[in-house]
Design a protein around this ligand. Sequence first.
Ligand SMILES: C=C(OP(=O)(O)O)C(=O)O
Ligand SMILES: [Mg+2]
Length: 424
Amino acid sequence: MVFIDNIYADEVLDSRGNPTVRATVILSDGTKASAIVPSGASTGKREALELRDGDDRFLGKGVLKAVENVNTTIADELLGLSPYNQAEIDATMKDIDGTDNYSNLGANAVLGVSMAVARAAAASLDIPLYRYLGGANSMTMPVPMFNIINGGEHANNSVDFQEYMVMPVGFDNFNDGLRAVCEIYQNLKKIIDSMGESTAVGDEGGFAPNLGSNEEPIQVILEAVEKAGYKAGEQICIALDVAASELVDQNGNYALKGEGRSLTADEMVSYYEELCNKYPIISIEDGLSEDDWDGWKIMTERLGSKIQLVGDDLYVTNANILAQGIQKGIANSILIKPNQIGSVSETMLTIRLAQRNNYNCVMSHRSGESEDSFIADFAVALNCGQIKTGSTARSDRIAKYNRLLEIGAEIGYAEYLGKQPFSK
Ligand SMILES: C=C(OP(=O)(O)O)C(=O)O
Ligand SMILES: [Mg+2]
């Protein structure tokens, strides 16, 4: 019987040059696999804890304590266990941590090991990771939410909304959809350049121009869609991540600093209604703050039957919080970020709960990423149908797109949902 023979971690770098955990697992049959943990910037308050050293290395952001936890406490408990029982591996780490949010071991230590065990198990069975995680039912190539303009916490410009994304919904397959958004991105670069604005990019590879309002990026993107020869509203739709938890001012209103105004939750919803009436917007993530559940209720009532409302900071990939939201009728979709909850099994639990209740799942990167493409396999494995993984201006994001191209070619008969995931 194959068992876990060795586990260790080291400190490597993410796409912002911050330290992060790489965990490595070696099995008794000689299989060796590693995984690198991502890191967020606009984090939700209820996310699992990312353990940072807080000393003078890397401005306090070192992860040597998390590395040490992998090398000692976690390795001590997991050596000898079967790599093929992911639930047992993850439950054991949760037990030794003993808290709700991994504040002892660090979610970065736990998730690194959790992903590396899954990858090692797949490799030792000689099957791809998506096939190991999802079996013969892994069939859905995700529609990309392709991040094309960055603002908010992910850029240093006048735009308040964090992410403007294009979604290739009117295509027969993933490859054609990806090609379309790449062409749009290249056309957008020319347009921004011709406006005399910078084509420097934000953390996730979207451009970060200084534009006059939060509406102008949509207009510029639609111009790029047309220039690239695609039909907005039919083939290409717009998705926004407002990341509104970051906009809340001292009066509890939403400060749109770039526009010099501050709106109540009700006014924000009216603003979204106006934008949705004018433009082909099919998805809004974190349109209101994680603490504003009353506002979310109103937003869901007014917009939830028309567009996808995605909870990111709101649900932090947490099944308990999602269960409360489902009961209260809040949002209709959830962003899935494995490091918000801390392990592969808990991420799968949240996805199961969402899918059973007709909530769409959007697999997602973090703004701090690496060459690790685990989420590409994960999205296909769990038939999420959508993935948010930045633009093609950053190689940490390209790693996911290229892995998806590889998976699509391997599966051959994969589905691509086009418009379907958004019909409510
Ligand atoms: C990917 C996101 O950013 P971060 O990783 O900074 O939370 C997001 O908010 O959806
Ligand atoms: Mg978000």
